[in-house]
Design a protein around this ligand. Structure first.
Ligand SMILES: *Cc1c(COP(=O)(O)O)cnc(C)c1O
Length: 473
């Protein structure tokens, strides 16, 4: 019995074979040679691992076939060329999925970002005067118009905006925060640690479930904090025996003692939550009307724009923030600014904003419309021979907003013999990976978060997973 390994072709011989010639044409000779070498190594190992069992006979039949090595080399090279950061189909039903990149952007924003990325711009150039300008002028008119603020500043993200605000207003000084608001926003980002890193000192006020305005007053009189921070509890709820001091009460107290009030609001919502079918949620404009000195929000949560930290409020404070050297470290880039500006522009017509900003469109999609989309996708899947059914599904807003709020929608449900986790894996291995969720041992693909342009990719992913199931079964 000959060892099939002795019949593995040489790299030189393979390079002359037609299937390998095609790989060379696509990837070049140098990379193909490298890929062939490691493919040969791997195949040699596999044959060795087969020992003298029946598989050896199978290896004997194919070991001289150049297609075997060409395919293995091509797979390797395609893998290596696949970008690390890739588009995926979000079929989780979680609209602002932080792990999946939060807000997909409106077309107008994508166009503006493309232009800003590919060409020069007036990022820091005053076109009127022909002299050096400031990147911080962009978006300001839109933000003040949309929130009623005196002034605005855009930085890298909201967490950075908060650090900048606290570091500017209370360096080395106390900041009063309710014990009920010493929260973790996500990713290990905790308010007490943020305060400390911002160079401020935490002055804890009240208790976890109840904090009254008198508690703040006592803290102010005893510790002379330099700022009051109110953190919107966006990602959890406290229920039962609770009491929270309202922003208005804090503002009144702040005025009495000449202490500014910073509101970390998070969500960045610019249209009333009710207009999206969601429970009431404070807007930056409401906070400012109630007298907050600075409000910090995120660009890529409910604003549906680029990752950014938007700070709106008093002009003198915004001016101080811009002078802080930390502002340079947190500065926003031109592509982000272009996308943010184009998205903000859509809000000038709120009805159009809800249609054109994907985050808002997904949030406000009606169960009937989602049902119709799910039905159409199910028909297409069935035509491909894939067994799916349409079932009710509960999505979520995500991004640490609207805790406990469920979005009623519809999903494709796949029950499989090979098990949900194998299907989920096969879906993730598609060219455009499909991310769903597992409910009661079945794969659920919620259509709310599947972008219209991603429907064909969803079907391709399903077809691929189905072939893998049939092949594996
Ligand atoms: C999400 C959130 C932040 C952080 O926003 P990023 O833009 O992700 O940095 C800060 N505060 C609150 C209340 C939030 O919900």
């Amino acid at each position: 019995m000959t060892d099939p390994r002795s019949r593995i072709p040489s790299v030189d011989a393979l390079l002359k074979a037609e299937p390998v010639v095609q790989v060379v044409e696509q990837f070049g000779r140098r990379r193909t040679v490298e890929a062939l070498r490691s493919a040969i190594e791997e195949i040699r190992g596999l044959i060795g691992g087969a020992g003298s069992g029946p598989e050896v006979e199978e290896w004997k039949a194919v070991v001289e076939d150049a297609n075997l090595y060409a395919d293995a080399a091509r797979d390797r090279l395609e893998d290596a060329d696949r970008p690390s950061l890739r588009g995926v189909v979000n079929a989780t039903g979680v609209v602002l999925h932080t792990n999946l990149g939060r807000a997909p952007l409106p077309r107008a924003a994508v166009r503006a970002m493309q232009d800003a990325a590919a060409s020069y711009s007036n990022l820091e150039f005053d076109l009127g005067q022909g002299v050096r300008g400031s990147r911080y002028v962009h978006c300001v008119d839109l933000l003040t118009e949309l929130t009623g603020a005196e002034d605005a500043l855009v930085v890298n993200n909201a967490a950075g905006g908060l650090v900048l605000a606290l570091n500017t207003l209370a360096p080395g000084r106390g900041v009063a925060v309710s014990r009920g608001e010493l929260v973790e926003i996500g990713g290990g980002f905790r308010i007490p640690e943020v305060l400390e890193r911002a160079g401020a000192r935490l002055v804890e006020v009240g208790s976890t479930n109840r904090t009254r305005v008198e508690d703040y007053r006592e803290a102010i009189e005893a510790n002379v904090p330099h700022a009051i921070l109110k953190v919107h509890r966006s990602n959890f709820r406290i229920t039962g025996f609770t009491e929270e001091t309202s922003l208005e009460e804090l503002v009144a107290l702040g005025k009495e003692h000449d202490v500014p009030v910073v509101h970390d609001l998070g969500s960045g919502l610019l249209v009333p939550a009710e207009s999206l079918g969601l429970p009431a949620e404070p807007l930056a404009s409401t906070s400012l009307k109630q007298g907050a000195d600075l409000v910090v929000v995120s660009g890529d949560k409910l604003m549906g724009a680029t990752q950014a930290g938007v700070i709106v409020g008093r002009a003198d404070m915004i001016a101080a923030l811009k002078k802080n050297p930390l502002c340079r470290a947190l500065r926003v880039d031109k592509v982000t600014l272009a996308g943010l500006e184009a998205t903000l522009q859509l809000y000038r017509d709120p009805a159009a904003a809800v249609e054109e900003i994907p985050t808002l469109a997904m949030l406000s999609a009606t169960p009937d419309a989602l049902r119709a989309r799910a039905d159409a996708l199910a028909v297409a899947a069935t035509e491909l021979g894939i067994p799916v059914e349409v079932v009710p599904s509960r999505g979520a807003v995500g991004g640490g907003t609207f805790p406990g709020v469920e979005l009623d929608g519809w999903a494709l449900r796949v029950t499989t013999e090979s098990g949900a986790s194998r299907w989920m894996r096969a879906l993730r291995e598609a060219d455009r990976p499909v991310i769903g969720r597992v409910v009661d041992e079945a794969v659920l693909l919620d259509v709310r978060t599947v972008l219209p342009d991603d429907e064909s990719a969803l079907l391709e992913g399903l077809a691929r997973a189905w072939r893998a199931e049939e092949g594996g079964a």
